[in-house]
Design a protein around this ligand. Structure first.
Ligand SMILES: C[S@@+](CC[C@H](N)C(=O)[O-])C[C@H]1O[C@@H](n2cnc3c(N)ncnc32)[C@H](O)[C@@H]1O
Length: 387
């Protein structure tokens, strides 16, 4: 295949994309509408466009093709026509480590600054090491699954029989190569849940007790609720979200997991919900808040390119307003678990500070879960106790 052909396909995909939909959804529709593209065309176009966005705003004065070649060189260990054509002097180093390749790019392009890859002026949460955080954008995170301790060996056996390289992260967590087609290699979908490592690690903050009544108030398709339930199956649970269709997914997942006893409501937490909730009192609330998602942008690198700083403040307003509306339904001495998948201090530590200063809450502990050190997403979690 000629490089001009691949480049034209890349340029057309790039031109067709405006950053509104997630890139994977846009590509799905784009390829459906452009049936003339064969599977190899599609694979290369997708590889190039993802590589391109992983470069964020670095070297923005160069033209798109040179930037693409640099990005593809940094993101992959196998060469491409674009690298061999536009970066011939560096092609032989493609299998080096990301840090070695970054050093080579810095040598050849003195204007290359790693901080331009993630060009947000907002402060990062405490504990993030920029020397590890920025280079991680060139690597796609692993796929993580949560498995019951009693089933983990059976799942590992099925994966290894199918030649899927598997890393055992803990007695309940496995890491697999991204893109693994789980439904083709694990015969029973009830044996595992797809859940990022950091999401799984938030569970250490929940500490539910037998027969507690918990509320997962931004439940979406139920990832955190399923985790909570796995920690303490003898719970009463209310799940809610403003989006009815994501709760439909939750119902399917709960059914598959055999969870029958739960309450479900569509609730907009920006409204006054006393009519619906006035008699409720919870032993714990999970608030997995709407946020910038900046801790997950290694999976959605298009956000590095299209996200704008001003949006952070909008999320912060939403986070504070939602928290203020739910705390009144929490029993005294019981926990609110505040979570985001953001790495911005404004959405994390600063929101916690606001909650402690303005609501009847005391901070017990908080942590930025640095997924980038484990090839995972990053998340923030805080456990606050109602006074
Ligand atoms: C980070 S996601 C939750 C993910 C989910 N907990 C999980 O583990 O998969 C945040 C959720 O907040 C919901 N949300 C946003 N604004 C809301 C509002 N005003 N009231 C209730 N839920 C809201 C969104 O619909 C979204 O599903």
């Amino acid at each position: 295949m000629r490089v001009e052909h691949q480049v034209r396909a890349f340029e057309q995909v790039l031109k067709s994309y405006d950053g509104v939909l997630p890139l994977h959804r846009h590509l799905f529709t784009y390829f459906k509408q452009n049936k003339q593209m064969g599977s190899s065309d599609r694979r290369w176009a997708a590889r190039y466009v993802y590589s391109f966005f992983r470069l964020g705003k670095a070297l923005s004065k160069l033209n798109d093709l040179e930037r693409l070649a640099i990005a593809d060189f940094l993101c992959h260990y196998t060469t491409s026509l674009v690298v061999s054509t536009y970066l011939p002097n560096l092609e032989e180093f493609i299998s080096k480590s990301v840090n070695d390749k970054i050093a080579l790019i810095q040598k050849h392009y003195p204007a290359f600054k790693l901080e331009d890859v993630f060009p947000f002026k907002a402060e990062l949460s405490k504990g993030i090491n920029k020397d590890d955080f920025y280079p991680a954008f060139f690597v796609q995170p692993d796929l993580f699954i949560r498995v019951k301790e009693t089933h983990i060996q059976a799942v590992v056996n099925q994966l290894t029989t199918n030649d899927v390289p598997v890393k055992e992260i803990s007695s309940t967590t496995l890491a697999l190569p991204n893109g693994t087609k789980l439904e083709q290699v694990i015969n029973d979908p009830r044996l595992y849940q797809i859940q990022d490592l950091s999401s799984q690690q938030t569970g250490a903050y929940y500490e539910p007790k037998k027969y507690d009544y918990w509320w997962d108030c931004c439940a979406a398709s139920g990832g955190k609720s399923l985790l909570l339930h796995s920690l303490e199956p003898n719970l009463e649970l209310l799940v809610s979200d403003v989006r009815e269709n994501s709760l439909a997914n939750l119902q399917e997942r709960f059914q598959l997991s055999g969870i029958k006893k739960y309450h479900l409501k569509v609730i907009d937490l920006l409204q006054n919900n006393d009519q619906i909730l006035h008699h409720y009192e919870f032993d714990g609330i999970l608030l997995d808040a709407p946020c910038s998602g900046s801790g997950t942008w290694r999976r959605t690198p298009e956000m590095l390119y299209y996200f704008e700083n001003y949006k952070i403040e909008n999320y912060v307003k939403l986070q504070k307003a939602i928290a203020a509306n739910i705390v009144k339904y929490l029993k005294k001495d019981k926990p609110l678990i505040y979570m985001t998948c953001s790495v911005f201090k404004a959405e994390n530590e600063d929101v916690v500070k606001y909650l402690v200063e303005n609501l009847d809450l005391k901070l017990e502990k908080m942590e930025l879960l640095k997924g980038y050190t484990d090839n995972a997403d990053s998340m923030f979690v805080a456990r606050l106790i109602k006074q």
